[in-house]
Write a protein that binds this ligand. Sequence first.
Ligand code: BYC
Length: 329
Amino acid sequence: MYGNAYIDPDKAPNSLVADEDPVKLAEFEARIAAGEKIEPQDWMPKEYRKQLIRMIEQHAHSEIIGALPEGTWITRAPGFRRKLALMAKVQDEVGHAQLLYSAAETLGKSREQMINDLITGKSKYSNIFNYPAETWADSAVIAWLVDAGAIINQTTNARGSYGPYVRALERICYEESFHLKYGHDNVVHLATGTKKQREMVQAALHRWWPPLMHFFGPADKISVHSEVLMKWKVKMASNDEMRQQFLDMYVPKIWDLELTLPDPELRKDEETGRWIYTEPDWEEFKRVINGDGPCNAERLAVRRMAEEKGRWVRRAILGEKAKYVKPFA
Ligand code: BYC
């Protein structure tokens, strides 16, 4: 069963803090309960540090890898204005990765280690960037709806407990709001354009819907880390709560454009206010996040190439002798 595949008995929530000083732990939890921010120099449980590194690092990787599907459209963007806007967006995403790597570094893991864990396939990054952006309409759907999902996640977690992460999230959300507007404008343009443009955006929406449903993470009943992350206010809403919020905000907008979604069950239960949907295929999600999606190999190959080709620049900046280094085997 998928849910159990993640569960490591040694990581069961009760065992996570067993060896911590109970007085320090109680003080720490009281600060969190009072809404205080935890800063890098403050005492924190080892598990809090570990979870934060894992989550912020994955988030940073998602931003840097997330620049790639849209990046492939810079040279083919329709018109100069859209090209400029897309270049700025892609540049912003890479900047978000820089902010997040810096936030993760405050917890004691170096950027070199993080990048190395990314390009060797050890670290995870968001499932959604392992799918191809086949047409210009795919890049429009990414900019609108993936950025919309990201804003829901990030504005929520920007109220969280770890100072450097929440400050990075606040800054990122300002920029993401522009991306969302740019993406929405592109989607509306296509949806109200020629028959061909409308077909393109409709097809893209159907392609991106399943990965978008996965984007918010596994259903609460099979999520591994939510309990501890929410207890320590790293995560301020569960995966299902964020998914519901996304459906509530964006399905009506999609239907307003008279576009369809590929889930025949999708509807709002007016009594409970909850959206009903077909449970996403969590087996596919698991395959993709573990390296077996349509573009995982390509995405990591690009990052490896960037790492190799940029090595001499980093050496030069660090004052080391800039010399040719044999690329990865
Ligand atoms: N993709 O117990 P769970 C952007 C993993 S980029 C891949 O619920 P958690 C943008 C999870 O890591 C912004 N893996 O854990 C950029 C865990 O595996 P491990 C992307 C996923 O940590 C460019 C396992 O599944 N946003 O916006 O609470 C262009 C069990 O999950 C995913 C972020 O990164 C996933 N979708 O995860 C355009 C937000 N979901 O580590 C746009 C930061 C779960 O045990 N992250 N997993 O091996 C989070 O908020 C949370 O970590 C998650 C849920 C919502 C991802």
